[in-house]
Design a binder for this molecule. Structure first.
Ligand code: FE
Length: 205
C-alpha cells in the first residue's frame, strides 16, 4: 500500500475504533477470510465438478449461487447472483468491472491488481482481442469474444473450456489445473499446438 493510502487507512481505522464500530477481532477475521477462505480453489472446485458431473454443470449454469451454496461455498449477501459463463472451442468469455474492482471474490479470490487498473477496465470492453493478446492469450480470429461487465449484485465466473488432454484425470487433478486467470477469462487451459515449440534441427541449412 502506498503511503497516502496507508495514512488514510490508518486514520479510518483509528476513527472507527474510537467510535467502537471496529474491533481488532474484526480485522483479524477479515484477514483470515481473505487469506484462507476467499481463494480461487473454491471456483476451481465448482469448475472441475461441472466438467465431470453433467447435472451439476446444468445447475451451475442456471443458478451459480445456489450451486456454490450446495457445495458449502457462501457468497456475501449483496452478491445476489453468480452468473457462470461457459467457454467453448468457439466462444471465449472474459469479465471485468468498468467502474472499479468487483468480482465474485469469495469464489474466485480477490481481484488481481491489473484487474483494478483503468487500463484494463477501459480497454477490455473496446478491444478485448488486443488486450488479451497483450496478456499472452492469442485467440484465433474465428473465436468469438464476449465481455461481461460486473455490477454490485451480479458477479461472474468463467467456466474454462476443458482441455482434451485431461480426459481420465481425477477431480483433484482437474481442480489443480484451474487458475484464477482462467476463471476471469484472461487465460485458457488448452495446451499450445504440438508444433508450437518445434525448432529447426541442429545443423540444418
Ligand atoms: Fe467494481
Amino acid at each position: 500500500m502506498d503511503q497516502p493510502l496507508r495514512a488514510q487507512a490508518d486514520a479510518l481505522e483509528h476513527l472507527l475504533k474510537a467510535k467502537s464500530l471496529l474491533h481488532d477481532n474484526d480485522l483479524q477475521a477479515f484477514h483470515h477470510q481473505v487469506t484462507e477462505q476467499w481463494q480461487p480453489r473454491n471456483g476451481a472446485r465448482l469448475c472441475a465438478r461441472a466438467w465431470t458431473d453433467r447435472s451439476f454443470k446444468a445447475q451451475l449454469l442456471t443458478d451459480g449461487r445456489a450451486a456454490a451454496a450446495s457445495m458449502g461455498l457462501d457468497m456475501p449477501e449483496h452478491h445476489r447472483s453468480l452468473v457462470v459463463l461457459e467457454n467453448t472451442a468457439e466462444v471465449h468469455n472474459v469479465i471485468c468491472c468498468t467502474l472499479c474492482s468487483c468480482t465474485a471474490f469469495s469464489i474466485i479470490g480477490m481481484a488481481p491488481g491489473w484487474y483494478k487498473d483503468l487500463e484494463y477496465r477501459a480497454r477490455v470492453v473496446r478491444e478485448a482481442r488486443t488486450v488479451l493478446a497483450e496478456m499472452g492469450l492469442h485467440l484465433p480470429q474465428a473465436m468469438r469474444i464476449r465481455v461481461w461487465d460486473t455490477t454490485t449484485d451480479t458477479r461472474y465466473m468463467v467456466l474454462p473450456y476443458r482441455p482434451a488432454h485431461t480426459q481420465g484425470w481425477t477431480v483433484q487433478a482437474l481442480e489443480a489445473l484451474i487458475t484464477k486467470e482462467s476463471m476471469i477469462g484472461v487465460a485458457r487451459l488448452e495446451q499450445p499446438p504440438a508444433n508450437a515449440a518445434v525448432t529447426a534441427p541442429t545443423g540444418a541449412a
